[in-house]
Design a protein around this ligand. Structure first.
Ligand code: SF4
Ligand code: SF4
Length: 256
């Protein structure tokens, strides 16, 4: 499939999208006065919760942790909390931090997850942005090598930072996850505490292996029963920390 594309500056992608951030971007976002949301999902070591063809990619950006008698691969995303317009979007639909905007903002509308093909209809960009402009994809291949490099940088940051992000969650007392495909466990921590936790964890010369025992909060009894059979620890607390966010709001592949 060939795709042409040109951003028309409508600003739609800067509204109501939680923008995934690298660790350094998260720290800066928090200290600049923005809010960071933490999204957690996991699948079991034995593969429950993940399609087989996605296993390698999902494992590469996850950390193996305990959950009751089971083990689970946990993935953690720190994202700019953008309910409504992003705090950096000005009245002319321009980005106030354009030169230092997050990596994922530079990648949109491309997908980061290699298992999600780019589908213009699922994107915020209006139809005329796909009707002209430079070639984006020719013969199924991304044309722009700089864009390809940015996508790889984002994937590498996911792989490199998962141990640190899990340690930060432990520091913040976060130890409940959702099952991949069932939703996301989401947290909106107090930002000074979040920034302090990042500071503290990054200040350690070696981050010790995770000893936390994560529990799952699940949406349906049928899934809960299956997870119990696998020995996973299930949350009965009903603390309200778990919020089910439709995947398209978190943006494709946890991209923007
Ligand atoms: S940082 Fe800039 S480009 Fe990214 S969502 Fe906010 S306004 Fe848009
Ligand atoms: S939604 Fe698409 S066309 Fe509109 S500003 Fe964002 S990238 Fe550009």
């Amino acid at each position: 499939m060939d795709i042409q594309y040109s951003c028309v500056g409508c600003g739609k992608c800067c509204n109501d999208h939680h923008v995934p951030l690298t660790l350094n971007e998260s720290k800066r976002w928090a200290t600049d006065g923005g809010a960071v949301i933490i999204l957690v999902e996991a699948f079991l070591e034995n593969g429950y919760g993940i399609p087989e063809h996605q296993l390698n990619h999902a494992r590469s950006r996850s950390l193996l942790v305990s959950s009751g008698e089971a083990r689970a691969y946990i993935a953690i995303t720190f994202a700019a909390y953008n309910a409504g317009p992003c705090r950096n979007l000005n009245s002319d639909n321009m980005c106030n931090i354009y030169e230092r905007r997050p990596l994922v903002c530079r990648i949109y509308p491309m997908e980061i997850n290699p298992h999600i093909p780019l589908r213009p209809v699922t994107k915020d960009c209006p139809p005329h942005s796909w009707e002209a402009g430079p070639d984006l994809i020719i013969g199924g291949k991304l044309v722009d090598s700089e864009l390809a490099t940015l996508i790889e940088q984002s994937r590498q940051a996911d792989r490199d930072e998962i141990i640190t992000k899990e340690a930060i969650c432990t520091q913040l007392g976060i130890c409940t996850t959702a099952l991949k495909g069932d939703g996301f466990a989401t947290y909106l921590p107090d930002m000074p505490s979040f920034a302090a936790a990042i500071e503290q964890v990054l200040g350690q010369s070696i981050i010790p292996p995770s000893e936390s025992n994560w529990c799952f909060q699940l949406s349906r009894d049928s899934i809960t029963d299956a997870m119990k059979l696998h020995g996973a620890k299930i949350s009965n607390s009903g603390t309200g920390i778990y919020t089910f966010i439709p995947l398209q709001q978190v943006s494709s592949a946890l991209g923007k």
